[in-house]
Ligand binder design. Structure first.
Ligand code: BGC
Length: 412
C-alpha cells in the first residue's frame, strides 16, 4: 500500500554546526575536547569542513530530492566576545540560507545545539541566571540578520539532554577520569570545579530552570524580530516503556526527564521530537537490551517504532504540531539504516492517519560527523565522508529517502 504525506510536508536531514563545520575554536566544547584529561574520544578538528563546503553539500542534499535542511547557527562564531556580534559570521549563515533557497530547500535553523561561546562559561555558563538574557540577545541579533530567510526556528536543541546526562553520570560519579577532566575543565575556564557549567554539564533542577527561561526569553526575542516565524524547542524523547512492576519508576523518570519540558513548550508554535530508541524500565531501574537483540553503534536497542510512540506522547502533553527534528541510527550497515527509516516513517504515517499534525521529518544525519564524546566512530550519516580527502559518497539510504521525499509518499 502506498501512503501519501500531506502537501507541504518537510523532508530533510539535520546537522549541528560543531559536528560538521570544523575548527569551532571559540566554543566551550573545543576547549573540553582538547584538554589533556579529556573524556572526548578525539577532538573535532576540521570535522567535515562544512563551513567551507556547504555550497556543494547543500546542492547534494537537494539533488537527492529533499525539500528542507535543518542546521544550526553557531553562537561561538556569531558572538565570539560578549556583546560583539560578528557581521562576517552572520553573513556566512546568510549565504548558507540563500544557498538553501536557491536549491529549493526550506531552512529550519537551530540557535543552540550543545555548544556555547567559551566566554559564556567563564561568565557562569548555564548555571548563571544571566545566561537566559544573554542567549535571548544573541537570538535577537541572529534573527534580525537571518530570520527573513528561515522557515522555522528551534531555540535550543534537546532542552532535556543535560538532565538525561545527569542520570547517566550518577553511575559514573566516582570515576577518576571524570574527576580529572572536570578539574582541568574548571581550570581552563578559570573557575571552581563545581561551578563550571557548559550546557551538557547543566544537570541540576536549578540549571534546568535557566535553560527553560532561556528558551522562553529567546522565543519571545525571535518573535519580536519576526512575529510570523514558527518557533519551538526540541526535546530528546526515548519511548519509555515499563515492564511488569516498572510502571511507577517509569512514570517518575518520564515526568522528570520529558513531561516537565513538554509542558514548558505549550505556548510554542510546534514541538521538535527527537527520537532514537526505546528505554525499558523494571522495578529496580532501567533495563539493558535483552541478549541477542540488535543494538546500534551507540549501544542502545535498534527500535524505530519508538518514533510513533514519542510523537503521540508529545502531542498528548503539548497539543502542538510536530516536526520530527531528528531520527536516525548509528550503524555501518546502510541496509539496516534504510530499514530503520522505513519502519520509523511507517509510524509517522500512522500518526498522520490518526489526524496528528506532523509537518516534517528530518533524518539524523545528512553526513557522517562528529558524534560528541564518541568522536568520529559512530556513523549516523546518509552520506559518507572520507575525512582524509573530504570526499562525500551518497549511501543507498540517502537515495531511498530522497525518492520518498520526491514522491511525498511511502510504500508500507
Ligand atoms: C543530538 C545529535 C547527536 C544525535 C545522535 C542527538 O541527541 O541532537 O547532536 O549527534 O543525537 O546521538
Amino acid at each position: 500500500m502506498t501512503e501519501r504525506f500531506p502537501d507541504g510536508f518537510l523532508w530533510g536531514t539535520a546537522t549541528a554546526a560543531h559536528q560538521v563545520e570544523g575548527n569551532n575554536v571559540n566554543s566551550d566544547l573545543w576547549v573540553l575536547e582538547n584538554l589533556a584529561n579529556t573524556v572526548f574520544a578525539e577532538p573535532s578538528g576540521d570535522a567535515i569542513d562544512h563551513y567551507h563546503r556547504y555550497p556543494d553539500d547543500i546542492a547534494l542534499l537537494a539533488s537527492l530530492g529533499l525539500n528542507s535542511y535543518r542546521f544550526s547557527v553557531e553562537g561561538a562564531r556569531v558572538e565570539p566576545e560578549p556583546g560583539h556580534f560578528s557581521q562576517a559570521a552572520l553573513d556566512h549563515y546568510r549565504r548558507m540560507l540563500e544557498t538553501c533557497h536557491r536549491h529549493g530547500l526550506q531552512p529550519v535553523v537551530t540557535y543552540h545545539h550543545f555548544t556555547s561561546p567559551r566566554w559564556l562559561i567563564s561568565h557562569g555558563g548555564w548555571r548563571s541566571p544571566d545566561t537566559a538574557g544573554r542567549f535571548a540577545d544573541y537570538c535577537a541579533k541572529a534573527t534580525c540578520g537571518l530570520g527573513d530567510l528561515m522557515t522555522a526556528a528551534c531555540t535550543i536543541n534537546e532542552v532535556n539532554i543535560p538532565l538525561m546526562i545527569g542520570q547517566w553520570l550518577k553511575h559514573d560519579a566516582d570515576n577518576p577520569g571524570q574527576n580529572a577532566f572536570r578539574q582541568e575543565a574548571a581550570q581552563a575556564f578559570g573557575m571552581d570545579k563545581d561551578e563550571v557549567a557548559p550546557f551538557l554539564f547543566a544537570i541540576s533542577a536549578r540549571e534546568r530552570d535557566i535553560i527553560l527561561a532561556a528558551h522562553a526569553q529567546s522565543a519571545a526575542a525571535i518573535k519580536a524580530e519576526r512575529s510570523d516565524l514558527p518557533v519551538g524547542m526540541t526535546v530528546a524523547l526515548g519511548d519509555m516503556q515499563a515492564v511488569a512492576g516498572g510502571e511507577a519508576l517509569r512514570d517518575r523518570v518520564r515526568r522528570e526527564l520529558q513531561d516537565v519540558f513538554l509542558e514548558a513548550a505549550r505556548g510554542d508554535d510546534f514541538i521538535g521530537v527527537q527520537t532514537y530508541t526505546r528505554e525499558r524500565y523494571g522495578p529496580q531501574g532501567p533495563l539493558r537490551p535483552e541478549d541477542g537483540v540488535p543494538v546500534t553503534q551507540m549501544g542502545y536497542e535498534v527500535w524505530p517504532e519508538a518514533l510513533e510512540m514519542t510523537i503521540r506522547r508529545a502531542v498528548e502533553v503539548t497539543g502542538l504540531p510536530v516536526y520530527v527534528t531528528e531520527n536516525g541510527i548509528g550503524t555501518e550497515d546502510d541496509t539496516q539504516r534504510l530499514d530503520y527509516y522505513q519502519r520509523a516513517l511507517s509510524g509517522v504515517r500512522r500518526c498522520l492517519s490518526d489526524g496528528i499534525d506532523v509537518r516534517g521529518y528530518f533524518a539524523w544525519s545528512a553526513f557522517d560527523n562528529y558524534e560528541w564524546m564518541r568522536g568520529y566512530g559512530p556513523k549516523f550519516g546518509i552520506i559518507e565522508v572520507d575525512r582524509n580527502t573530504q570526499t562525500r559518497t551518497v549511501k543507498p539510504s540517502a537515495r531511498w529517502l530522497g525518492e520518498v521525499a520526491r514522491a511525498n509518499c511511502l510504500d508500507m
